[in-house]
Design a protein around this ligand. Structure first.
Ligand SMILES: *Cc1c(COP(=O)(O)O)cnc(C)c1O
Length: 386
């Protein structure tokens, strides 16, 4: 057994960002400043878009996106039940109603057929979530959105590197949202980014992220002549700090290198688990670049004398950190009480919620770490196989 605990989702932090954070601290410029600006410029170039707004989280990006596209009370927004709370809460905080849909059993991404079934005259937008880093069927989703005149805001928290038919995530719809939370593919600790090609959305997101203050009226410490600010909207405080961007500007250039390493680990896991009573991730179709954010094993619990939760415990007991992505939103008390969702509403999301286990998949893992994860999964399965 492993001697030290292997955390789930440990970030790889290198010397350059450590030095850059120290430089920020010594300079005294901690808040939003030149490093945030630089990170936005780099991200814009990486994605090939006109506007990138750095924020303090992907949740902030999703929330402000909902406001930017004009979600209001009475509007409905369609999103998968198989996602993090953040996706639905962004809609709720904008005043809209989240309409959940089931996922496909194999890709775990939202089911386009189910999206179409849920469209009503109140539907305003769709939020596709690139589950585990796998692109959704964007041809279908963009078609549906065009046909019904709906906006698309992409939750690409898992999927910074992903592409679908050569097109980068975050560029299919109106606004794309990314996360740099510690467990994500590149990190700033807390942090997020919204991207768009629409100037009106960019201005609105920028303004709402900083108290609703007009950008062109904002005084900066570089200005000799004092400018008074003007509040023209009821905004929030959701900006990124230079200390966070100091990490991001060194992580972003390594995004492909880290991706390569996770791909290697992913392929090792596929090989190591293919003979076990588990469902490994669906094959990746041609024309799709997967981000390899989460490696989810679906336990074939009918062939095991162990539940998923017991499996989690057995892994942790052997010093391997695990995660669950996700217990679907329709199984969470808040959405059940508020909107009447219940178990059984979404058979595929129910099925996955009972079986899924995420095992460590990070560029930080050594070959020995990966072998420890493989050995531990195989040992537990061997013990509890029927
Ligand atoms: C992590 C995550 C978010 C939220 O990201 P934060 O930066 O932590 O706010 C949103 N959606 C999905 C699918 C996520 O995994």
């Amino acid at each position: 057994m492993r001697e030290t605990f292997l955390p789930f989702g440990a970030p790889l932090i290198e010397q350059a960002e450590i030095d850059e954070v120290v430089t920020s601290l010594k300079s005294g410029w901690l808040g939003t400043g030149p490093k945030v600006h630089k990170f936005e410029e780099m991200f814009k170039e990486y994605k090939g878009v006109k506007y990138a707004m750095a924020l303090n989280s992907c949740t902030a990006a999703l929330h402000l996106s909902m406001l930017a596209i004009g979600i209001k009370p009475g509007n409905e927004v369609i999103l998968p039940s198989m996602t993090f709370a953040s996706t639905a809460n962004a809609v709720i905080h904008a005043g809209g109603k989240p309409i959940l849909v089931d996922c496909e059993k194999d890709t775990m991404n939202m089911d386009p057929e189910d999206i179409e079934r849920q469209i009503t005259p109140k539907t305003k937008a769709i939020i596709p979530v690139y589950f585990a880093g796998r692109p959704c069927n964007m041809d279908r989703i963009v078609d549906i959105a065009n046909k019904h005149n709906l906006k698309i805001v992409e939750d690409a928290a898992h999927a910074i590197e992903a592409e679908y038919n050569g097109k980068k995530t975050g560029t299919f719809g109106d606004i794309g949202c990314f996360s740099f939370y510690v467990t994500k593919n590149i990190i700033t600790g807390e942090g997020g980014m919204a991207i768009t090609n629409v100037e009106e959305y960019a201005n609105k997101i920028k303004r709402l992220s900083f108290h609703g203050i007009r950008k062109d009226k904002l005084h900066s410490s570089f200005d000799k002549k004092y400018k008074h600010y003007q509040v023209i909207d009821r905004g929030f405080k959701l900006t990124m700090m230079d200390i966070q961007a100091a990490i991001g500007i060194h992580q972003l250039p390594r995004v492909e290198k880290y991706w390569e390493r996770r791909k290697e680990i992913w392929e090792r896991y596929n090989e190591a688990f293919k003979d076990l009573p588990v469902f490994i991730p669906a094959p990746i179709p041609n024309g799709v670049k997967h981000s390899y954010h989460l490696y989810t094993l679906l336990l074939d619990i009918d062939k095991l004398n162990i539940t998923r939760d017991e499996f989690l415990y057995e892994m942790a007991k052997r010093n391997i950190g695990v995660g669950v992505h996700y217990i679907a939103l329709h199984l969470q008390p808040y959405y059940q009480q508020k909107y009447g969702y219940k178990q059984g509403d979404f058979p595929n999301a129910d099925w996955i919620s009972d079986r899924t286990v995420s095992i460590p998949l990070s560029a930080k893992l050594t070959d020995n770490d990966v072998q420890d994860v493989i050995n531990t999964v195989r040992e537990i399965i061997a013990l509890y196989r029927r």
